[in-house]
Design a protein around this ligand. Structure first.
Ligand code: IDC
Length: 357
């Protein structure tokens, strides 16, 4: 009799524990994205008012009080092509309707060299973000030029100008080389020496804002800087890029290892398509990535705001030709509707799976 009682008790006990655990797990899942972080505006305060001067502590981006924070937002397309969207109306819409905390104006280096007025688009973006209390990632978009050293003199002049004008604002983050690439462009001989030069140029005017350094292989290799980081400098982070139709588990594993080695990482550009910027929207894979980034406190910026009609364009083909923002559902592409929900904290992997059922 006694024995049965004990058995019964322990069965009931286990069942109760199971219910409690299951409800915690369920609760955790349900609320995973619905917390008080990741808000562009909270209690009437912008993200820059709340987080203030960012700083890098260990491998984490932190707010002015040393609390780890994750910033999320959108990138422009090439300013030479779709620079009209880099305006105050669109940026404010992205803050208020898309819950973006950061905006990235992408200044393609080769286009800028041929057409220096493109810099005005960067300046417009910076001013809009300062007005709107958003962070702004100033992107020196190395791509076709491959080796960042090729235009290092221009990069120095550009970043000195931005740093001397805006370095006292907490809003500014510098991305000094989008995607170094090419077999002969290595961390040791090209990217690191370039970064050391540009960091020095920026630090003449701006002692503390965060500087993000590109990594080899189209910013796909964080292990090289993890093994050989830049030393003697504060508030430096390193870039990882990925396209969820092209990169998955392997790349996440490397990011995790690099972060465990102490490397501060910022996903300054990623797309929900193949790395061509096209080829479909990979929803499940994307949500696996966004959960990983969240769990590892890695800030991110999605590619990109334009109406070109490629799958990574967040606007429907030819929508909002006047670049006014105020987008309705019909103005958004498949990627646009999807990324907007992620940014608004309306979609995580569990929610997505339950909707697919
Ligand atoms: C792509 C654009 C595409 C444009 C091309 C020009 O989406 O419309 O024709 O650049 O080179 C990157 C780059 C980014 C690419 C993007 C998609 O940083 O400039 O934009 N991508 O291919 N790295 C990986 C993917």
């Amino acid at each position: 009799m006694k024995k049965t009682n004990v058995l019964l008790k322990s069965v009931i006990g286990m069942a109760c524990a199971f219910v409690v655990m299951a409800s915690f797990a369920g609760c955790g899942k349900e609320n995973k994205y619905k917390d008080d972080t990741h808000l562009a505006i909270e209690d009437g305060k912008t993200v820059v008012e709340r987080y203030g001067q960012l700083q890098v502590i260990g491998a984490d981006l932190c707010d002015q009080n040393g609390k780890p924070v994750q910033l999320r937002g959108m990138s422009s397309h090439g300013l030479q092509w779709y620079g009209k969207y880099a305006n105050k109306d669109v940026i404010t819409w992205l803050r208020d309707d898309w819950n973006c905390q950061i905006w990235r104006p992408a200044l393609y280096v080769q286009s800028y060299i041929g057409n220096p007025v493109l810099k005005d688009k960067v300046i417009d973006s910076i001013n809009a973000c300062i007005d709107d209390g958003m962070y702004v990632l100033v992107d020196w978009h190395v791509l076709g030029d491959k080796d960042p050293l090729l235009y290092a003199v221009d990069a120095e002049a550009f970043f000195e100008e931005i740093a001397s004008k805006y370095g006292d604002k907490a809003n500014i983050i510098y991305e000094i080389c989008n995607e170094p690439n090419g077999q002969n462009v290595t961390w040791k001989d090209n990217i690191k020496p370039y970064a050391e030069r540009i960091i020095k140029a920026i630090r003449k005017y701006d002692p503390d804002n965060v500087i993000v350094v590109g990594t080899p292989n189209w910013s796909g290799d964080v292990m090289s800087p993890a093994k050989d980081p830049i030393v003697g400098q504060e508030n430096i982070m390193y870039t990882i890029h990925f396209y969820t139709g092209s990169h998955g588990k392997e790349r996440r594993k490397e990011i995790k290892s690099a972060k465990d080695m102490g490397l501060p990482i910022f996903a300054t550009e990623w797309g929900c398509t193949k790395d061509s910027g096209d080829g479909g929207v990979f929803e499940k894979e994307t949500l696996e990535w966004t959960e990983f980034l969240r769990d590892n406190n890695i800030s991110w910026i999605n590619w990109s705001v334009n109406n070109k009609g490629e799958d990574s364009s967040i606007l429907a083909f030819n929508a909002d030709r006047d670049a006014k923002g105020n987008w309705k559902d019909k103005d958004l592409s498949k990627a646009g509707k999807f990324i907007r929900r992620i940014l608004r904290n309306e979609l995580d992997l569990a929610t997505w799976k339950s909707e697919k059922k």
